[in-house]
Design a protein around this ligand. Sequence first.
Ligand SMILES: *Cc1c(COP(=O)(O)O)cnc(C)c1O
Length: 354
Amino acid sequence: MKKTIDLRSDTVTLPCNKMYKAMCEAKLGDEFYDDKSITRELEDYCANFFGKESALFMTSGTLANQVAIRAHTSPGDDIITERTYHINYYESAPTADLGKVVLNTVESPEGILNVASVEKAASNKNRSFGGNDPSLIVVENTINYHVGKIFPLEELQQLYSYATQKNINLHIDGARLLNASVASGISAAIYAEYAHSLMVSFNKGLGAPFGAILLGTHEFIAKTKKYRKWYGGGLHQSGLMAAAALYALKNNIPQLSVDHRNAKLLANQLSKCEKLELLTDSIETNIVMFNIQKYNIDSLRFVEMAEKIGILLYPWDQYNIRAVTHKDVSENDITVASQRLLESLDNETATVKA
Ligand SMILES: *Cc1c(COP(=O)(O)O)cnc(C)c1O
């Protein structure tokens, strides 16, 4: 039987045996009672690793973002961000419902939020006579929608100094920040230096089953602890999952550069297929996207067809498909997946249409 090659996301990875072992052997304890469990160890390790005062373990990236928003803003405030960032593209509903804040979005063709566009967004409304204020800027790194692009450090530095000067906080949605760090050679702590808070996921390229870390000052994290509890993210025996996250952080970072190499290989192979159009040839991290409109079928049908030949892909939007590399697909898997696609696309798409 053909091996299924799963490129839907880097969240599909499974724990390796050593990670399971680390989970089984972890020192547990009830987080609510502040027991000295491995969760505390993970948080201390993260605070040190990312160079922030304090850290809090979160069940998911979404919870980390939402709790950060709640702690940084007051209901009615503006959050300035880019239209395509996760915070708007996927989280506008929880942001409205839980944070009760307004997403003031800027559209940039390159997907990079900069000072000029933030200033424009800040001044595009009348703030007098009881108008609301912008109190948070959210940046994404790497940028999922823009094919895993790295947010440039210089732009971040400029935004941070602008934000600080205007008394606005800057939060990095760094679900894949370690991908940015490994690819750019810039340490995660350097990126973190130019943010008042940041979130980094364990459940993506790092290969843990669960969770994210939220980082910031002692004062900020103390505040977020309350909101995490309100939102149902106050865990008790969280050590099982914290142990997996700590294992991932200590062992799986080098894997990210393998993933990046595999993404480049995949893009290179797929570029041989005339009818598939890569959204970009410059693959910066572990995400590849391509347009399939020339096959005259939509993404959902394309994905169904790919599944039949043992390849799982994500239908990003109507005609664009996303493929993500991760620790559970090897270089050989990528070669096999590309071959299968190149060999059968014309036939299979014709059959789907018939
Ligand atoms: C995946 C992702 C999130 C949300 O993380 P979950 O753990 O799935 O809730 C937030 N931001 C970005 C950029 C992401 O890619």
